[in-house]
Design a protein around this ligand. Sequence first.
Ligand code: PEP
Ligand code: MG
Length: 836
Amino acid sequence: MPDNNKELTLSAPLSGPVLSLANVPDAVFASGALGDGIAIDPLNDTLYAPCDGDVIHVARTGHAVTLRADNGAEVLLHLGLDTVELRGDGFTMLVKEGARVSNGQPLLRYDVDKVARRCKSLVSLLVITNGEHFQARPVTLLGVKVGEPLLHIVAKNTGASPANDQDVGLEVSGQVRIAHRGGLHARPAARVRQTAQGFKSRSQLHFGGRSASCDSLMGMMGLAITEQAQVQVSCRGSDAEAALQALLTTLSTALAEETHAPAPAFKPHPHPAEDGVLHGVCAAPGVAVGPLVRLDGIVLPEDAGGHDVEAQRRQLDQALAQVSDEIRLTLDRARTRRNSDEEAIFNAHLALLDDPALLDAARLCIDQGSAATHAWSQSIDAQCRVLQQLGNTLLAERTNDLRDLRQRVLRALLGQTWPFDVPAGAIVAAQELTPSDLLHLCAQGVAGVCMVGGGATSHVAILARGKGLPCLVALGEALLEQQGQTMVLDADEGRLELHPTAERLAQVRQLHAEHAERRARQHALAHTPAQTIDGIHIEVAANVASSADAAQALADGADGVGLLRTEFLFVDRHTAPDEQEQRQRYQAVLDAMADKPVIIRTIDVGGDKQLDYLPLPNEANPVLGLRGIRLAQVQPQLLDQQLRALLQTRPLDRCRILLPMVTEVDELLHIRRRLDALANELGLSERPQLGVMIEVPAAALLAEQLAEHADFLSIGTNDLSQYTLAMDRDHAGLAPRVDALHPALLRLIAQACAGAARHGRWIGVCGALAADPLATPVLVGLGVRELSVSAAQIGEIKARVRQLDAVKCACLSAELLTLSSAAAVRQACHQHWPMG
Ligand code: PEP
Ligand code: MG
């Protein structure tokens, strides 16, 4: 029985100079994908056992052998790189599988000249392949002779003894085809890691004869798994079956954001060299004009070495903790804004910051006397080299994310904040910009960004597209010779015009002015109510996630809040908010909206929305399970608490309560009764309005009966599309087909509007269709009288309403119900109501 607690020092199996794994000229070993360890560039011809143990595997080709040491560590000894291709020629294995060997016993002999001539390198590896239980620390990184102490290994304190969990149960495995666009790069790998961490079992991916732990992003990326490649997943532990199923699903489901905003097609310098113009690749479209401002990265001075190891380790840990707190803040903001691109990118950064391959290499450098700054920097450089050697553009672009983390951790170590103060309206030039740089630059109001290197599929490019910031990449080193002068960045055409003529500047400024003027006109009128030509008033409200959003919405002309998703008010929490805290947060939104009405939806968890403090049971079909108002069935006290908090806001006539996922009248009546009882307990005579979301077909079909008992209805087109079309609203492959302008949905919307009208109730739309200007005439025509959109779109939607004749809209919309597809509806909309 292995004794995992026993520390062990492995002795050198070969004589020669020692290398850290990161410096091994092999991407896979260097990435740590096979495990932690050390390498020797051998000068002798025999490999010796580094400890007492059992031979558990002997390579058929005689170039590698694995021992299990008495403390349970599994030690792979691999002679040379790519030596498997010699098919045994030049090797003599001296032991057999199952044999017991003692420290210093010869294991294999090889013909130095023959092997050296025919393999890539003689550099030989000693790798702990079950490294999840052990930590390896080199005793030396200088030269060694056979038998000298080389690597110290200690059992990791994983909390759970391996014998208790990860070693119990059978190993299960399965095959899956990778669905992620561009293969298993950082964001999907982060998702895989997150999935694996939800289980106690230990999980691994196997591809191309190599394996990597699902705990390590670097390890998984090091496998260079391409899109549509078949990989094997194995899981060992008490919940192995469940872990395997979850991982197979994660690996075979493309990320939702992979289908949004496809990367612009690569434009390989389409123009011949042109004086005064640098050509690059469009990473985010748009045209900008402004003075060029160059940004330079941090340059570290020489490291004198000889630092206090403990102090440097502590500093590194503190800096890492600081940066992960900062990233968590960004993530929370991205989540409340439902910005899935930003969320996925910074989730991957958080996972990288915790990656064993990066941390172990940095800590090793510190142990050898480096400063924390230099150790971190070297560790990042080593991993960047690994990614660059994989021959996959997408993975090579992920070095940008690693460099982002290098800069951030270095700044934290040096006590610096983001150091650039860029004037608003500038065009920023840099060797490379990172995702966090981009967020800072956007906040400073820059007009565009361009880079010497980079690619159109990098995370910076994705963020720039999301922010509408023109971005050119791959402009070459000549970019850094520029500074100060006013330029035109024409990202659409891949051009940076260094010396634009006065006419050209005037032309670009004219285009900008026209666009800005249109926006300004819309914005100026955003505060006036929106009426159609024939005098129908359409309320244009805002969807918000916080009181800050509400204040912004009011400033942007919102007629009210059409949807406050209360589940997003508390996403950053690990403990449930109590009644008072809830009341304060709701009151803050009401206060931010001056005298306008605020619709507050009761908590809608389940399905795609999860809260840390409210774990829900695992369900086979979560979107068809305990979602929305159904929570009242299982946790009635949670809903009562929320209703009590809502009843204590003032003034109550501005606070409107909205119930999500209602499917039958009894649900509404039950909540109405609870609301009455709670209001009585609080001694209130007044009642807030109570409305119902129409977001499942059953509710749309029963709208008339619901409207009898509800004060208003609000259509959630996001879920209504999902449940009507039987297509997951987040399904990457189906995204273009989940279109709420489908005639089947229009029929349900028409029925809901008719049901509301029969009881004189007003009806609104708070799903994404409300913000689609092509759909505005249809919704108005079907009878919708309130549209709730994001604050930035209020002016635009109000402007659209003012162009419409509601009676004509009603006639033409009725015809749309007879069409056969969403595409046909869209085409007809373009014909009837062209977009300016
Ligand atoms: C909807 O389903 O359209 C809706 C507005 O609710 P959510 O997007 O929060 O599910
Ligand atoms: Mg919904």
